[in-house]
Write a protein that binds this ligand. Structure first.
Ligand code: ADE
Ligand code: ZN
Ligand code: ZN
Length: 279
């Protein structure tokens, strides 16, 4: 019995590792993206997401925020998608080496950079079934969020993106990874909708975003990685994180969530743009 209990705890800890931004972070990114979509792109998204609903009960509303964490549920039952949520660029190297960092693993998959590209190709292909394209849409909404979490593009000394680093965050013991997935956001707002409002009314207006809403998944991962090097891993001796750390971290979380939203919107617009072969 005791052994069973220990095995269950070990599995939980292991499972806990690959968590993405929490549901809040993903919903924030998806909602910001939804607000930036044009009508044509929104209509294509609605047509895809409606295929999940029973025909008689749907009222035509769809919400990107609601499907933004679906990929985490999928991962729980599909271990081959486990590595699609991150790319472990080593802190010690600081550059992306696709052969090493995105090496295919027959059991757990390759990495977020290839996963975004694969799902983008599926989403753009109207010869694929609606079910495949809908799944691709849900993966993209999630992965574009994940790749902007600095610890989903970094690891130091094999720490699994800070999952093996225990810190104290405002007096509570936490994994460094979870501080960045969830805790900083939850110390800032009660409800994720308030974070969207905060970014849309305080962060975005008047900001020069030229060149920032584009880029490739490799660019996004390297940017995230740089924040991990400069801010995330810059933890004081004793790993007691309080106001000092939070005030350096929050601008990074703000920027990453806001840009993930804008970049996601741009990627969805480009990918779903009607073409001659996919009108
Ligand atoms: N598991 C292993 N490395 C990880 C990372 N960088 N982010 C999330 N989960 C992980
Ligand atoms: Zn995570
Ligand atoms: Zn994830």
């Amino acid at each position: 019995m005791r052994l069973l209990f220990l095995v269950a705890i070990a599995l939980l800890v292991q499972n806990d590792r690959v968590l993405a931004w929490g549901q809040e972070g993903h919903s924030i990114v998806a909602e910001i993206a939804a607000h930036c979509l044009d009508q044509t792109t929104y209509d294509s998204i609605r047509a895809l997401l409606k295929t999940d609903l029973l025909p008689d009960v749907q009222d035509g509303h769809v919400s990107l925020g609601s499907i933004a964490s679906w990929a985490d549920d999928y991962r729980a039952e599909h271990e081959e998608s486990r590595n699609w949520h991150f790319v472990n660029i080593p802190f010690e190297r600081g550059t992306y080496d696709p052969q090493v960092d995105c090496r295919p693993d027959s059991r757990y998959g390759d990495c977020i950079i290839n996963a975004i590209e694969r799902q983008r190709v599926t989403l753009a292909d109207c010869e694929k079934s609606p079910a495949e394209r809908t799944a691709a849409l849900k993966f993209i909404v999630h992965f574009v969020g994940d790749i902007h979490q600095p610890l989903h593009a970094s690891e130091r000394n094999g720490d699994h993106g800070g999952n093996d680093v225990v810190v104290s965050f405002f007096g509570k013991s936490a994994k460094l990874h979870a501080v960045w997935d969830t805790d900083i956001i939850l110390r800032t707002v009660y409800a994720w909708g308030a974070y969207v409002t905060r970014l849309e009314t305080k962060w975005l207006p008047g900001r020069d975003l030229s060149g920032l809403d584009g880029g490739t998944p490799v660019d996004w991962a390297l940017e995230s990685h740089k924040f991990a090097r400069d801010v995330v891993y810059d933890i004081p001796d004793g790993a007691v994180l309080e106001m000092n750390y939070y005030s350096r971290a929050l601008p990074v979380v703000d920027r990453q969530l806001a840009l993930a939203g804008l970049r996601l919107a741009q990627l969805l617009k480009d990918t779903l743009k009607p073409t001659a072969s996919c009108p």
